[in-house]
Design a protein. Structure first.
Length: 117
C-alpha cells in the first residue's frame, strides 16, 4: 500500500515521508540537509538505508561508513547509530518491522534521538 501523506519534519534539517507501509515492512523517503545530524540512537527495527543522492556518514556501532548515491547501509536491530549529512542528501530507509511511531503525522519524541541544539 502506498501512503501519499505529506512530509513530516523530524527536527531541523531532517524530514521524512512514508512511501510504502505494509504489515512487515515500511519504507520512507528521507531528506537531510548538509550538516544536519541524526544523533546516536537505537531501535528494535532492522534498517536498510539506500542513499539516492548526496553523501551520508553513518556512525554504526564502532564503525564509520560513508555512503553515496547507489550505496546501501544495513543497520541491525538495537545497534546504536548516528547519521551526518556531508551534502544535501536523499535516502530511502526501509524498516522491519514497520515503525509504528512514523505512521503519525506528529514527529517522534525527539528524546529518542538525544539532544538537538
Amino acid at each position: 500500500m502506498v501512503n501519499e501523506t505529506g512530509w513530516v519534519t523530524m527536527f531541523e534539517g531532517v524530514r521524512r515521508r512514508i512511501v510504502a507501509d505494509g504489515e512487515h515492512l515500511m519504507q520512507i523517503l528521507v531528506e537531510v540537509r548538509q550538516g544536519s545530524v541524526v544523533v546516536r540512537h537505537q531501535h528494535v527495527h532492522e534498517q536498510v538505508s539506500f542513499v539516492h543522492a548526496g553523501r551520508l556518514r553513518f556512525d554504526l556501532g564502532d564503525r564509520i561508513i560513508e555512503a553515496g548515491p547507489g550505496e546501501t547501509v544495513f543497520i541491525p536491530s538495537n545497534v546504536p547509530h548516528a547519521v551526518t549529512a556531508l551534502e544535501d542528501s536523499v535516502a530511502i530507509d526501509t524498516f522491519s518491522p514497520p515503525r509504528a511511531d512514523f505512521r503519525s503525522a506528529t514527529p517522534p519524541d525527539p528524546s529518542i534521538y538525544g539532544r538537538h541544539t
